[in-house]
Design a binder for this molecule. Structure first.
Ligand code: C5P
Length: 398
């Protein structure tokens, strides 16, 4: 619940602005007070009247509103909130934020504030993918801005891909998470999860049996302790948690890139089951079955070791790097060797031999290996393993 929380909601221009109306309704139903700010472009899509009616509050629209200045300066406006939320955040508004420009009320408020900021981007997929937007996102993430969405899907412009504004209930969950406080408040934690898919040709791929359940539970538990979580996930069987920044990838190389883009972080928890090898002779067209012809043969190339790269980074190593070791035999010996080889601080080791039912199951029995030694945890639901691990991470980062 957001009872007593004050949200300054900046509504940018874009067709998705209508969803901001629903967001206002959800926020107020959750107990929050909403101070709405409508950009000039935003006012082309939703009217100040509907925004004010739903918010039950005055809408701020113009930097040089003298009555507003007399009642409450624009600087003050941004400081009385617990969180500034920009939804929808256009590419232009994000560019302004990244550059620290202040040429209208919304950008001025965003520059004048020392309150945490969350943005929910919405734009055309090409604009989202453009290197300029990528750069701006990296700058904003570095400044500690939280992101929610965008979702991938069909867009109002008729194209398909990432760029749709996150749904209002997902934005609400992210706002709740951001305001939850807790021992990890102000910390950025990167979590990798799920399997990777390594293509053989456009329709076939090599994968593994990871469901992503443990990584998802860890991301949720870290969020619940107040962390800002970037969740880089391969194609998992379980949906990603709400209230975290989700980055979807398929291959190990894409995961490496996404991890690189998400740094710096205070801690990294690498729970993904990354394929060690990719198909080196990936075919750009579907490999055909030809009667009498030789069977196709695959050759492999080594994938980047993401954990090792992060743990051994000379300048961007998170303070705490946690790796996983899924083994089917000699769990402890292999895991201890892995800790040294990869250069990480902790290894969460588990036995994934089929008889344990752990891979894809609801429970996990892990051994936490640190410099201090090995601790066997009892067999627990994956959510509980995640909560214990998150708690330990909070203690380590305190
Ligand atoms: O070497 P192995 O795959 O057993 O190590 C497991 C740990 O290393 C996990 O934390 C996994 O996320 C990480 N890993 C990685 N990149 C790879 C292979 C594994 O980050 N290419």
């Amino acid at each position: 619940m957001l009872t007593g929380k004050r949200i300054l909601l900046i509504i940018g221009g874009g067709i998705a602005a209508y969803k901001a109306l629903e967001l206002i309704r959800l926020l107020r139903r959750d107990g929050a007070a909403v101070t709405p700010v409508l950009t000039k472009a935003g006012a082309e899509f939703v009217t100040p009247l509907s925004v004010a009616a739903l918010a039950g509050a005055k809408v701020h629209t113009d930097l040089f509103d003298l009555t507003g200045e007399a009642e409450m300066g624009h600087i003050q406006l941004s400081r009385v909130a617990d969180l500034l939320v920009v939804a929808p955040a256009t590419a232009d508004l994000m560019a302004k934020m990244a550059q620290g420009r202040a040429d209208d009320l919304a950008s001025t408020l965003l520059l004048a504030t020392d309150t945490p900021v969350m943005v929910a981007p919405a734009m055309n997929v090409r604009m989202w993918d453009h290197p300029a937007t990528r750069r701006n996102i990296a700058v904003l993430q570095g400044d500690g801005v939280r992101f929610v969405g965008p979702d991938a899907g069909e867009m109002a412009c008729g194209e398909y891909g990432p760029g749709r504004l996150a749904e209002p209930d997902a934005i609400l969950a992210a706002i709740r998470a951001a305001l939850a406080g807790g021992p990890l408040a102000g910390k950025h934690i990167l979590v990798t999860s799920g399997p990777t898919h390594e293509p053989i040709d456009p329709v076939r791929y090599i994968a593994n049996r990871s469901s992503g359940a443990q990584g998802t539970a860890i991301a949720a538990a870290l969020r619940d302790l107040g962390a800002r979580v970037t969740f880089v996930t391969g194609p998992a069987a379980v949906p990603p948690p709400q209230g975290v920044q989700v980055v979807r990838v398929e291959t190990a190389r894409e995961m490496m890139e996404a991890v690189d883009a998400a740094l710096p972080a205070d801690a990294a928890v690498m729970a993904a089951a990354v394929a060690d090898w990719r198909v080196a002779n990936e075919s750009s067209s579907k490999i055909k079955k030809v009667a009498g012809a030789a069977l196709p043969s695959l050759t492999f190339a080594e994938n980047p070791d993401i954990l090792k790269t992060v743990a051994r980074s000379p300048d961007r190593r998170p303070r705490l790097v946690v790796g996983f070791a899924a083994e089917t035999d000699d769990v402890l010996t292999h895991a201890q060797a892995k800790l040294l080889r990869k250069g990480c601080d902790w290894i969460v080791a588990n036995d994934v031999s089929p008889a344990t039912g752990i891979m894809g199951g609801a429970e996990n029995a892990v051994t936490l290996i640190t410099a201090a030694g090995a601790e066997d945890w009892p067999r627990l639901p994956k959510d509980e393993v995640a909560r214990r691990l998150a708690q330990r991470i909070a203690e380590a980062l305190a």
